[in-house]
Design a protein. Structure first.
Ligand SMILES: [Zn+2]
Length: 453
């Protein structure tokens, strides 16, 4: 009965919801520089109309985080919805078929799409969460417990002053029973993924320090580029120093989880053997990866270089740590005969390597996910509104979920949201309106089910 009431409410107000999404897309929140306060003000206005007061926490130049509560009650269960307000810059606007802030809608009624920066990542998810709050308030369905909306800044450049700030300064004292981040999780041509964990990212700058000299008698110097070259060529040997851990989702388990999307296991195996992209995504999600992404060295064509720098981007699985990467890399470099120093400066003519951790984002995982009733309920609701069965999966990139899962705040954090994830950050980013409306249904019904008793 109540479910019908909610769905009728959504049916009756679809155009108004699309209008709210359009307004968010048309509002500039490119990061850098951010300007998230522009979006926070729109959300505040939208929710104020229904009687929900938002707390806006401004910082910097026109930036802000926002927190809103469905009701003024601190008893009962708490459900947290998180969405980021910033979007990546549009790149070359000339390449867009419609301007990135236009929010233009194209296509026939059944398959209407909205175009613009942030339609996928992730203003549709953010709008749908805000709308869910509005619907539950309007219909006055929740008597205790709370749905909390945290609209955050900064996700696209790390999240320290967005989700992490909100957690440390406002939300930490609350007991959150379940959290959902509305990032796009559509994986065309597969179905919607429900993300239960993510890989971590560690970027390490390797600096080799040799001895400079005249290139006519190279033996008198020590070539830092050759040193680097030796390290890079042997990089795969790091695996033998890396502690073996059992990944929370081994390869076979990941395959099993995806196979539910296909009519049978045999069909899945056949498609998997034909589709290299699918194999690559599955493989990247089940193992530690490394990639040399930047390198520079040398100052002149006739000077033996005494300095070379390279950055390696490591992606680690839940259970693997930044320290493990650093220690294994040190052991490898030692084995190659180089000393790894603790500081970047040495004595004159000293030959050494220095390692600088440029970025360290831990992996995270919703342990116990298989036994979570709430997650199971969530799956059932998603299955109801989308044509294809959803599947549980890991995120190969990193999101704000790591702050919730790893800071002992809320293990039970998932990612689920409208939009095809492959279109995030691309030119002509666009979302199917039906997908956006389905997300409103999922977010509202799940919150209702979660909080009703
Ligand atoms: Zn995002």
């Amino acid at each position: 009965m109540t479910e019908e009431l909610i769905l009728n409410e959504i049916e009756a107000n679809t155009e108004e919801y699309i209008e709210f999404l359009r307004e968010l897309i048309q509002t500039d929140s490119y990061n850098p520089p951010g300007n998230e306060k522009n979006i926070a003000i729109k959300i505040e206005k939208y929710l104020k109309n229904i009687g929900i007061d938002c707390e806006i926490f401004p910082f910097g130049e026109n930036r802000a985080n926002l927190i809103a509560y469905l009701i003024n009650d601190s008893n009962g269960k708490n459900l947290l919805y998180n969405g980021h307000m910033d979007v990546v810059p549009p790149g070359n606007e000339e390449e867009w078929s419609t301007p990135p802030l236009s929010a233009k809608i194209r296509g026939g009624k059944a398959r209407r799409k909205m175009f613009g920066r942030g339609t996928v990542d992730m203003k549709s998810g953010l709008a749908a969460m805000t709308i869910a709050l509005k619907i539950l308030k309007k219909l006055n369905l929740i008597k205790s417990g709370n749905l909390i909306l945290n609209a955050v800044a900064d996700e696209e450049v790390g999240g320290e002053v967005g989700t992490l700030w909100s957690l440390d300064n406002v939300l930490k004292s609350k007991k959150i029973n379940f959290a959902l981040i509305g990032e796009p999780t559509g994986l065309d041509p597969l179905s919607k993924a429900i993300i239960i964990g993510e890989k971590g990212r560690v970027a390490i700058r390797i600096i080799t320090n040799g001895i400079s000299g005249h290139a006519s008698v190279p033996i008198l110097g020590k070539n830092a580029i050759y040193m680097m070259s030796e390290i890079i060529q042997n990089l795969d040997r790091i695996d033998k120093f890396f502690p073996k851990i059992e990944p929370p989702l081994p390869l076979e388990k990941i395959k099993e989880l995806i196979s539910v999307v296909f009519p049978s296991k045999a069909v899945f195996e056949k498609i998997l053997s034909e589709q290299q992209i699918l194999q690559n995504i599955i493989n990247a999600n089940s193992q530690f990866t490394k990639n040399l992404t930047m390198i520079k060295g040398g100052i002149k064509s006739n000077v033996v270089p005494d300095h070379c720098e390279a950055v390696i981007d490591f992606r680690i699985l839940p259970g693997q740590t930044v320290e493990m990467v650093l220690n294994s890399l040190k052991k490898l470099i030692n084995e190659l005969g180089f000393e790894v120093k603790d500081e970047p400066i040495g004595l004159p003519k000293e030959i050494f390597v220095y390692l600088d951790v440029e970025y360290a984002g831990e992996a995270s995982f919703f342990s116990g996910w298989e036994h979570s009733k709430s997650l199971n309920d969530f799956y059932t609701i998603v299955e109801k509104f989308y044509d294809k069965k959803p599947f549980y999966f890991l995120y190969p990139a990193s999101s704000d979920a790591k702050f919730y899962r790893n800071k002992n705040f809320c293990q039970s954090t998932i990612l689920f949201g409208p939009g095809n994830a492959q279109l995030a950050h691309t030119t002509n980013e666009n979302i199917e309106i039906n997908d956006f409306i389905n997300a409103i249904k999922v977010y509202t019904l799940f919150a209702y089910n979660f909080l009703k008793d």
